[in-house]
Design a protein around this ligand. Sequence first.
Ligand SMILES: Cc1ncc(COP(=O)(O)O)c(C=O)c1O
Length: 285
Amino acid sequence: MARVAYVNRRFLPLPAARVHIEDRGFQFADGVYEVIPVQEGRLIEEAGHMDRLGRSLHELRMPWPTTRRVMALVMRELVRRNRLREGIIYLQVTRGSSPRDFRFPPDPAPTLVITARSQVLGPQRLVEDGVGVITIPDIRWKRRDIKSVSLLPQVLGKQRAAEAGAYEAWMVDEDGFVTEGTSSNAWIVNREGVLVTRQANHMILRGVTRQAVLRLLAEEGRGLEERPFTVDEAYQAREAFLTSSSNYVMPVTRIDDRSVGNGKPGSLVLKLRDLYVAYATGRTS
Ligand SMILES: Cc1ncc(COP(=O)(O)O)c(C=O)c1O
């Protein structure tokens, strides 16, 4: 079945979907995006993703391309037209197309592109052994809270991870503290058994999955520290994991060339994963 995309008010077969060559997303990475997971045909954490989109747009002084309500309808229609059960919706807004000029166009007409793709979320086959991460310098700009399509450092980081046989790269700031993964948030249970993840300010993206896991932790009455942790603290951790819309909660069992704990996924991460999967699939038995 041919995939269907939505581009500026039209549903089109993917090969026919086009944006202008002077689109500012293409020329300046002047755009923002969201990846919304779909499980059993339902959008997970839609409100969280739309709130974050609104915030990213606001921070870059970009108008909404259409109303939230229309976007919600379009996303559902794309799920239907693509017969999507499990996968992701990719949604991108740019400042539109106009003759190349760094300054904002006087009357911007944003470009809106939405696609849907079938994909296994939080792949169970990776959970048994967990995944490996490498650490790399964080070379990004200082507004990582904005979900911008300017992703070159993440592209280079993920490629480096792949070439090192790792699943993800954890980026490290100038003071030796882990910021986050190239497309995920980073967590550890340190040597003392304290769950630690970096506080969400301008230095990292406020992951929607991260926020959901924080809520689940609060419901369980499990405490944590929201603060930066060093690479050394991560090396010595009992457990480590990453969270993202497409990975859910994924155990990390190797950091650079060292095993985390006994090299197997820890009990807390497996419990959190179960809780999150139950929540995402609506099976809260
Ligand atoms: C840099 C970065 N951090 C964290 C995340 C996780 O965010 P979410 O849980 O909203 O998918 C992503 C997702 O793409 C990301 O790109």
